[in-house]
Ligand binder design. Structure first.
Ligand code: RB5
Length: 145
């Protein structure tokens, strides 16, 4: 199960990406927003990230205008490793090296074709572990300072 959430800036891309996930047979839960009306991205980032931390959802894909606000909000939630990506290399390596559990996309930055490619890389690429696990452990320890 993948958590989805957006504000108004990412709403249209989120709706497009639901079709992509449907075509792949990937289940998702949409934590809003439900229309292009103006809203505040932390309000939707929080429940989607909580669902990842609780284990209800495996990962989340969050959408706002740039992907940046959503990534800033998501990274405030303990247990979340979120990255705003707009290129394939970063989407792949945020899984391989950073074990990201949240991908943030900008509806005003990437088109639907690229967004679908980035989501596929994020969902399908495993974490490499090894030397990267120690670094992730140190990143997560920062939450307790
Ligand atoms: C909303 O206008 C916009 O600021 C928001 O979607 C996002 O891009 C913030 O980072």
């Amino acid at each position: 199960m993948i958590a989805l959430a957006s504000d108004h800036g990412g709403f249209a891309l989120k709706e497009e990406m639901k079709k992509h996930l449907d075509s792949r047979g990937i289940a998702y839960k949409d934590f809003g927003c439900d229309s292009p009306a103006s809203c505040d991205y932390p309000d939707m980032a929080k429940p989607a990230c909580d669902a990842v931390v609780s284990g209800e959802c495996e990962k989340a894909v969050l959408f706002c205008g740039t992907g940046i606000g959503m990534s800033m909000a998501a990274n405030k939630v303990k247990g979340i490793r979120a990255c705003a990506c707009s290129d394939a290399f970063s989407a792949k390596f945020t899984r391989l090296h950073n074990n990201a559990n949240v991908l943030c996309l900008g509806g005003r930055v990437v088109g639907a074709g690229l967004a679908a490619e980035l989501i596929d890389l994020f969902l399908d690429t495993p974490f490499e572990g090894g030397r990267h696990q120690n670094r992730i452990d140190k990143v997560m320890a920062l939450e307790n300072n």
